[in-house]
Design a protein around this ligand. Structure first.
Ligand SMILES: Nc1ncnc2c1ncn2[C@@H]1O[C@H](COP(=O)(O)OP(=O)(O)OP(=O)(O)O)[C@@H](O)[C@H]1O
Length: 634
């Protein structure tokens, strides 16, 4: 067991200057392997620099990279702390994890998550080995020693999450575990074994063979790498003498799947959103994946959370992405100017508002671009029919629907104007965003970063006016964060509507758009209709047409026929509709009953059905079709 003079330092309590944040985020730089040292010839192409504050300072560290391969710009990222190659896991345990242990004996929960690119040291950090135990075994040792003194009992579980299914790793048959949500949001892991642990040698005998046995829970095809998350849960059952009650606390140590910015694991993506929402004090989208659902009670409420961002010593694009994500989650709601020219607005920019997916910074070849484009087009074509089906949800339910249909285009326009403006301001960036087809368990996105130029001066001025931020001078690749940033600024402003209100506004706009759509957009089956091909031209076009950017609403827009301004809007706005659909789905996946009922067209009955459906479906609503089948009930 590592000991350190810093044992007593309650680093956990230090979440930088922002006390609202729930998740402490530290980095750990892995030791270089001999091979890495040899192949770099002593002068690696890119290095990590860590600038640390004074030892007792509450300021975080600043991480930067030399010769950033993807952006050729010098960015710096702030985190709560960074453990360099000279600082071992024992030291990290003493400073970060040990202070959490006493809370577990008081009935609190905690999560320690290791996140990072492939091979960055996540398993080393969480599990370690018999010789060099990681944070999990070190915590178990500490917990066992306290349990001995206090007479508490300790049990453990060991699980794997693969392709949105949870498996019991202590069961030889790798039985599937059901994640159930009980009263008061209590998570029950049905079928997960929990075995008593009396000593650390007992634990090591169980844990390390289980760690090394990489027998997959399910059959994996040869071409898909086995990327799973593994978690160790340590349960403490302690007797509280004062109240004579039994307190149960648990600690969840999760070794997350290796991260690749170009092929994002779906549950990792969901976890990123959860971490971000926790730190930003926003509604937390736990239901977006099995992993986040099952972690809900060790992440939510009074839980203590530590995220360890593992870094390869010779950074690559994934390393920069990892640090960038971690830093954004650390800095939510703040704006930091990294260079004279560039601005990073740190907000929930884990995904592009246009694609709803995470962004990465690699370049894409033209060939791949074309293949993806056509797949993307297919998806968009389906979207038109989903959109039509989605109308069913509202048409039947909303007695006032006719008035929605009859509402003038200028009404619709004013309600979505803000979104359109945001979107059009982003068109330069979004033009370089190429969504890859969805894998069963992965979402992917690549940005051809080289194609992204800083915004022209006049657009920066328009952003400055629109978002009332004097520091905006230009925006470039990494700064896609700013797409959502204005909202964060508004959230900080007490006069501004909360996020839920904005989502409601967006969804109402969606309904208005859906209601008016048939007037100008025909169903895709009518393939000889020239209107359809025009719609798809818009969909296919990888570079958002400049005209869209210029297309502002005008009070005299006429109701639709394809040649009118309204018709043109319908043709050009599929991106907007798509974006609204995504916002709406996000709302449906996370809103509580009262919020659902606040939506036009959703009453008590529909809200109940949506909530039931959310519980029944193995994953969140991904498409409006997911709702349609159930909305036929009335
Ligand atoms: N701090 C460290 N000191 C020495 N060796 C390390 C350290 N961290 C990791 N390693 C070694 O680096 C290699 C990769 O580490 P590890 O398997 O933990 O990475 P990982 O991020 O879990 O990989 P994957 O994404 O494939 O699961 C292993 O051989 C491990 O022993």
């Amino acid at each position: 067991m590592a000991s350190s003079t810093e044992d007593s330092v309650q680093v956990r309590a230090n979440l930088g200057s922002d006390s609202r944040r729930k998740v402490r985020i530290v980095a750990k730089i892995r030791d270089s392997t001999d091979l890495e040292v040899q192949s770099s010839n002593g002068s690696p192409a890119c290095r990590i620099f860590v600038q640390k504050p004074e030892p007792q300072s509450s300021e975080g560290v600043t991480i930067s990279f030399t010769d950033q391969p993807t952006t050729s710009r010098k960015e710096s990222y702030k985190l709560d702390y960074c453990y360099d190659q000279n600082e071992d896991i024992g030291k990290m345990f003493s400073r970060e994890v040990k202070p959490l242990v006493s809370g577990i004996f008081r009935g609190l929960n905690a999560s320690v998550l290791a996140y990072g690119a492939k091979g960055s040291g996540k398993t080393y950090t969480i599990q370690g080995s018999n010789e060099k135990p990681g944070l999990g075994p070190l915590a178990m040792e500490e917990i066992l020693s306290i349990a001995e003194e206090t007479g508490s009992s300790i049990t453990m579980s060991w699980y794997e999450v693969y392709q949105d299914h949870v498996y019991d790793l202590l069961e030889p048959k790798r039985q599937e575990v059901l994640v159930l949500e009980g009263a008061g949001g209590r998570i029950q892991l049905k079928g997960l074994s929990q075995i008593p642990v009396k000593s650390i040698s007992d634990f090591n005998k169980i844990y390390f063979p289980a760690c090394t046995s990489r027998k997959p829970a399910q059959k994996h095809t040869n071409d898909v790498p086995h990327k799973s998350h593994k978690g160790l849960i340590i349960y403490v059952s302690a007797n509280d003498k004062d109240s004579n009650t039994n307190l149960v606390g648990k600690m969840n140590f999760v070794d997350l799947a290796g991260f690749e910015s170009t092929r994002m694991n779906k549950s990792l993506y969901a976890l990123q959103n959860v971490v971000h929402a926790l730190n930003a004090n926003e509604r937390v989208p736990y239901r977006e994946s099995k992993l986040t659902r099952m972690l809900q009670d060790t992440l939510g409420g009074t839980s203590q959370i530590l995220m360890v961002t593992c870094l390869n010593p010779y950074p690559c694009q994934d390393t920069i992405y990892t640090v960038s994500f971690a830093s954004r989650s650390c800095q939510v709601g703040k704006i930091c100017l990294d260079t004279k020219r560039t601005m990073t607005v740190t907000r929930s920019a884990l995904y592009s508002p246009k694609s709803g997916r995470p962004l990465s910074l690699s370049s894409t070849s033209a060939k791949k671009h074309n293949i993806l484009q056509s797949k993307f087009m297919e998806k968009k074509a389906n979207f038109v029919s989903s959109e039509m089906k989605a109308r069913k949800l509202f048409d039947g339910a909303n007695p006032a629907n006719s008035s929605v249909q009859e509402s003038s285009s200028s009404d619709i326009a004013s309600s979505v104007k803000h979104s359109i403006q945001e979107e059009s301001c982003l068109s330069e960036i979004s033009s370089a965003i190429v969504p890859l087809p969805l894998q069963e368990e992965e979402v992917s996105l690549t940005i051809a970063s080289k194609e992204i130029e800083p915004f022209p001066e006049n657009e920066a001025i328009s952003l400055q006016n629109e978002y009332k931020h004097p520091d905006i001078t230009s925006v470039s690749a990494c700064d896609t964060t700013m797409l959502i940033a204005p909202e964060e600024e508004k959230e900080n402003n007490s006069d501004s509507p909360p996020l839920s209100e904005r989502l409601r506004e967006l969804s109402n706009s969606l309904k208005s758009l859906c209601s008016s759509t048939p007037l100008s957009i025909k169903m895709p089956q009518e393939s000889n209709n020239p209107c359809n091909s025009q719609v798809f031209v818009d969909v296919m076009e990888p570079k958002t047409p400049r005209t869209e950017q210029c297309l502002r609403f005008n009070d005299n827009l006429e109701l639709a026929n394809i040649g009118t301004p309204r018709g043109k809007f319908n043709l050009c706005s599929s991106g907007l509709k798509n974006s609204l659909v995504r916002e709406y789905l996000r709302f449906l996946n996370t809103a509580d009953k009262e919020e659902l009922k606040g939506m036009k067209g959703i009453g008590e009955k529909r809200a109940n059905y949506i909530l039931e459906l959310r519980d029944e479906l193995p994953e969140p609503f991904k498409d409006l079709d997911d709702l349609v089948t159930r909305t036929d009930y009335d």
